[in-house]
Ligand binder design. Structure first.
Ligand SMILES: CC(C)(COP(=O)(O)OP(=O)(O)OC[C@H]1O[C@@H](n2cnc3c(N)ncnc32)[C@H](O)[C@@H]1OP(=O)(O)O)[C@@H](O)C(=O)NCCC(=O)NCCS
Length: 187
């Protein structure tokens, strides 16, 4: 089996790595699933969209101010893609990053995203030495809210009609965690 080159972090069950061409099919399967996209901006996701997205991610490097980088989350035992997490390095203040994440529905409810994000936050605050991570979530997205709170992220605000999803303005919560708090928690 072809493995992708760059590994950014590992955890007990998972590998956080760069996307590879073998990820196109599983990525397409969960991105095109309405359950995974309910609170996300995209809809009617096609195989061509997935191919273009993965190709772009394979040619992109993380930690570039003003851009998003999508990290693949794969099972450590088989290298199978089960989801992704993304980091937006803010252009105006690259010491602050924004988080995004999606897990294939059949892998939810097993603690995989919590495990992946713990490894990602160790990497972001340890290897990348970032100051703060923020995350926005639709106020109706209870699974996402539970995950962010379980990570110890702090609710910083309720933003009214802050995001357009599928033709409707939705309210979002903004969560955040500081480097100092995360490193203390992980000691
Ligand atoms: C948000 C999302 C990633 C949450 O997935 P998840 O699997 O619930 O998240 P976690 O990894 O934290 O797993 C927690 C669940 O696993 C269970 N679990 C099982 N074993 C576990 C373990 N070893 N450790 C922790 N939790 C475990 C928990 O009890 C919990 O289950 P519950 O929801 O029934 O209470 C997922 O719903 C998703 O991808 N949604 C679509 C995309 C999306 O909306 N993204 C957010 C954009 S802001």
């Amino acid at each position: 089996m072809e493995k992708s080159n760059e590994v950014f972090a590992v955890s007990e069950r998972l590998v956080i790595r760069q996307f590879g061409i073998h990820d196109v099919q599983p990525f397409y399967q969960y991105r095109s699933n309405p359950e995974a996209s309910r609170f996300q901006s995209w809809e009617n996701y096609t195989l061509e969209d997935a191919e273009a997205f993965v190709s772009k991610q394979m040619a992109t490097s993380p930690n570039q101010p003003g851009t998003w980088f999508q990290y693949a989350i794969a099972l450590g035992t088989s290298d199978r893609l089960i989801g992704d997490c993304a980091i937006h390095t803010i252009g105006a203040e690259p010491r602050i990053v924004e988080l995004g994440f999606t897990l294939a529905p059949e892998y939810q409810g097993k603690g995989y995203m919590h495990e992946a994000l713990c490894a990602l936050l160790d990497y972001v605050f340890g290897s990348l030495n970032k100051h703060k991570m923020i995350a926005f979530t639709d106020v109706r997205n209870t699974k996402s809210i539970q995950l962010l709170e379980r990570l110890g992220m702090r609710l910083e605000g309720h933003l009214l009609e802050n995001y357009m999803i599928k033709g409707h303005w939705v309210d979002e919560y903004q969560y955040a965690v500081l480097q100092s708090k995360w490193l203390k928690k992980r000691q």
